[in-house]
Design a protein around this ligand. Structure first.
Ligand code: MIG
Length: 797
């Protein structure tokens, strides 16, 4: 092997000849003469873990990201060798490890090279900090594209850019600001139409370079910890994302109300303001399920307290809001005010729960309450204690969700905006400095919060929202993208960020609709609402410094547009819930970038604006002022324009009209989209009929609708209703079969088929082998009401 002598001179060390190979069931250890160990584990046929130790040592194996419940299992594992390589073969992959260098190549079973080391693993010993700076160099091919990496506010395709993962409070960040709040060291590569993924599970300040320093090399490195990465092979991007999400964990279903509209501001207080806000939603008939209280509800910003002047009786207020269909969500920050008379501070102090500096004193930092101490959420005992603190506010007072802010952790008035590197953490029994714990701190806080809210809201389901996150946070929490700005550029960023988060295993994400900093124009607000109603988490939030940002703050025209789009979201609730079900059970992203939807079409590789909402609605936001429409790329296939049901062929760029009251939306032919009636909040109405919008197609299409009790855990005991539909369309014929599973009995008895684009006039209707009279057709022959348990309906022309 030719060692890059320049790199070597810079202090890099490289593995040399493999001297020993040892297999233990699914794990193979390759040790080199200079004592580098590669531990290769076959997790699934298409998921391989690569882990490197130096001086013959591997660290104690521990990760916050990995879901310990994620099962493993492969069909085939074989270790062979030839002159130059040791070769590991699974049912899906061939992995070659070069004998003289430990460099690897990964090929599919047909022998296509999927990914290969360039210089591969190398490292520098850090004599100032201890440990290694661990590095990996991979060859990048012409035309290869890269996606993922969490919340990066950049073009969807990461190629040509360099990134750092270090959770950072980034007020008013901009396009290309890096790093911001989240650290998700997972990316997807797409090479010659085949997708793979790499998850560098290292919580230090990880770095990624996608062909910026060198045009044909993608590299990643970290100033500590191990070179420890998981390789996922597709070839479909959906399998890559599903496998990554499976490994790092999938969330339980959230309460359905959390998919309703949420209204937030910094800050709604006192009680009379909150009540007036709630009333206004109902008066104007704008649907809303969640109202958020920002830091001012607390007494001097002390977590778990109430400002009694503003909120004299929070339990009564929250109960009254709840009676009117509103859930109350409150903010909780990590900083605990240093105040000897404050019980949370006292308990933390007595039990030694706060983070300390290397030499022993407490980590003290200024945040909203003034000088604060910070619980070490990486200590399981601290997490238990923290969870218990929610007993009153959730269990007794009735708060339904908790919003964790400032958990990067953010510290004011210091240059790094966070803890100093020397702060110590327990890291679940693997004591370490803040350099290692920083990126997971926010997730461990959200995790502790989740455990608490879950416990005290039981038998209902919890909702947690976090600002900072590391891979795996999706098991506990939803998230928002932090302090964005009310500009058109930020609308573009919002669209990219949510798509990127969905690719990164964290679908339950939204942006501050309208922008947090500064004030949107009515037009920008309307365009943002039109995008935001398609995001899994849908919340308006603003700093409140520049004016109002409620749906009625911009005049009647905007109020009406806003109402119409929020209403539309409520009609899509069963569709959204089914998306969540697919995310929660299979790790399928709730919204899908075009490249995910059709990776074989090279045009999609460079698109950013269009995305697929669920499985079959293509949306493209309007991102510029004064637009009457826009040019966009319609993915391949045949689509119905949502607004007028006209049929249009995709696989091309086109102009689409979209005045201020429209957003370009297309439905895939063959889709069956479940709709509920408009409600002012989830469960306002008993659903008496499920409407299915059926978009006719010649051919076959499968779809499903998931429903359950909307909250609680009975669904885990089988009390859900899953309707699988198979649509088959032919010239002059449409057949829909239904297979139902689950024991939940939905409140409605009928399903109404709303037939769109039927290419023939119906002459016969047969339901479960019984022929029906044509006069059961409604609405000009386009609607058909059936008993909800029909097995097969056949319509002939
Ligand atoms: O330093 O709680 O991102 O959503 O409204 C600002 C006040 C602290 C930042 C959050 C924002 C929240 C605000 N917080």
């Amino acid at each position: 092997m030719i060692i890059n002598s320049e790199l070597e001179q810079r202090g890099n060390q490289f593995p040399n000849d493999i001297k020993e190979v040892r297999q233990e069931v699914d794990t193979i250890y390759f040790t080199t003469l200079n004592e580098v160990v590669l531990q290769l584990t076959v997790i699934r046929d298409s998921v391989i873990r690569f882990r490197y130790g130096t001086r013959g040592i591997l660290e104690d194996d521990f990760s916050y990201a990995i879901d310990t419940d994620s099962y493993t299992g492969y069909n085939h594992l074989e270790l062979t060798e030839n002159k130059n390589y040791h070769i590991v073969t699974t049912a899906k992959l061939i992995i070659k490890i070069e004998k003289i260098s430990l460099q690897t190549k990964i090929l599919d079973k047909e022998g296509h090279l999927i990914n290969e080391d360039e210089i591969g693993f190398h490292y520098e010993e850090s004599f100032t900090l201890g440990g290694n700076i661990v590095k990996m160099g991979k060859r990048a091919h012409p035309g290869e594209t890269f996606f993922g990496l969490g919340d990066k506010p950049v073009h969807l395709n990461l190629r040509g850019k360099k990134f750092t993962n270090w959770a950072t409070d980034s007020y008013a960040f901009g396009k290309d600001t890096d790093p911001i709040y989240k650290s998700v060291p997972f990316y997807i590569g797409l090479k010659e139409k085949k997708a793979y993924g790499i998850f560098f599970d290292n919580s230090f300040k990880t770095n990624f370079d996608f062909c910026q320093e060198r045009l044909d090399v993608t590299s990643f490195w970290a100033p500590g910890g191990e070179m420890n990465y998981y390789f996922f092979y597709g070839p479909s991007m959906s399998d890559v994302v599903a496998n990554y999400t499976h490994l790092t964990g999938k969330p339980d279903l959230p309460p359905l109300w959390s998919l309703g509209f949420q209204q937030c501001k910094w800050s709604y207080f006192p009680e009379s303001t909150v009540k007036a806000l709630a009333q206004k939603f109902r008066d104007l008939r704008i649907p809303c399920d969640g109202i958020y209280l920002d830091i001012d509800y607390m007494e001097g910003f002390r977590c778990f307290t109430w400002n009694k002047e503003y909120f004299p009786d929070p339990k009564r207020m929250i109960g009254e809001l709840e009676a009117d269909g509103f859930k109350t969500i409150v903010i909780i920050d990590p900083g605990i005010k240093i105040d000897p008379d404050y019980w949370v501070y006292q308990e933390g102090l007595e039990n030694d729960y706060f983070c300390k500096r290397a030499d022993g004193p407490y980590m003290v930092g200024k945040v909203w309450p003034g000088e604060c101490a910070f619980p070490d959420f990486t200590n399981p005992e601290v997490r238990d204690w923290w969870a218990g603190l929610f007993k009153d506010i959730v269990g007794d007072i009735g708060v339904r969700g908790v919003w964790n802010d400032m958990n990067e952790p953010a510290v004011m008035e210091v240059p790094g905006k966070t803890f100093p590197d020397d702060v110590r953490h327990d890291y679940d029994g693997h004591p370490c400095s803040h350099r290692k714990a920083h990126n997971v701190y926010g997730t461990q806080m959200a995790r502790a919060t989740y455990e608490g809210v879950k416990k005290y809201v039981y038998p209902k389901r919890p909702l947690v929202i976090t600002r900072s996150a590391y891979s795996g946070a999706q098991r506990y929490t939803s998230s928002w993208t932090g302090d964005n700005v009310a500009t058109w550029e930020h609308l573009w960023i919002a669209n990219n960020q949510v798509q990127r988060m969905c690719l990164s295993g964290m679908s339950f994400t939204g942006t501050d609709i309208g922008g947090f900093a500064e004030q949107p124009t009515g037009e920008l607000f309307a365009r943002w609402i039109q995008l935001g109603v398609f995001h899994p988490f849908c919340r308006v939030h603003s700093s409140g410094h520049h004016g109002d940002q409620e749906p009625w703050a911009f005049g009647d025209e905007i109020t009406n547009i806003t109402r119409a789009f929020i209403e539309m979201r409520y009609t899509f609730l069963p569709y959204l819930y089914t998306m969540f079900y697919e995310y929660s059970t299979k790790g399928i992203p709730m919204i899908k970038p075009l490249v995910y939807y059709d990776q074989e079409d090279p045009h999609t590789n460079y698109r950013t604006d269009e995305f697929i909402f669920g499985n079959c609605i293509l949306v493209c936001p309007i991102l510029e002022p004064n637009s009457k429409g826009r040019r966009m790329y319609l993915a391949r296939g045949t689509w119905y324009n949502f607004w007028d049901n006209s049929i249009i062929e995709g696989g091309r760029e086109l102009w689409v009209d979209a005045d201020l009251d429209r957003i370009p939306m297309f439905v895939k032919e063959g889709a069956i989209i479940p709709r509920y009636p408009v409600q002012q909040y989830v469960e306002e109405k008993v659903i008496t009929e499920l409407k299915l919008d059926v978009y006719f197609k010649i051919g076959k299409e499968a779809s499903q609708v998931y429903e359950d009790g909307n909250d609680g855990y009975d669904y885990k005991k089988g009390r859900y209703s899953l309707r699988n539909f198979n649509l088959t369309g032919k010239e002059g014929e449409l057949t829909i079969q239904q297979h139902k599973s689950g024991t939940y009995d939905t409140s409605y008895d009928t399903i109404k088929l709303n037939l769109i684009g039927l290419s023939f006039e119906i002459k016969t209707i047969t339901v479960d082998n019984v022929e029906y009279d044509l006069n059961i057709l409604e609405n000009d022959g386009k609607c058909l009401k059936l008993s909800k348990n029909f097995a097969v309906v056949n319509l002939m022309g």
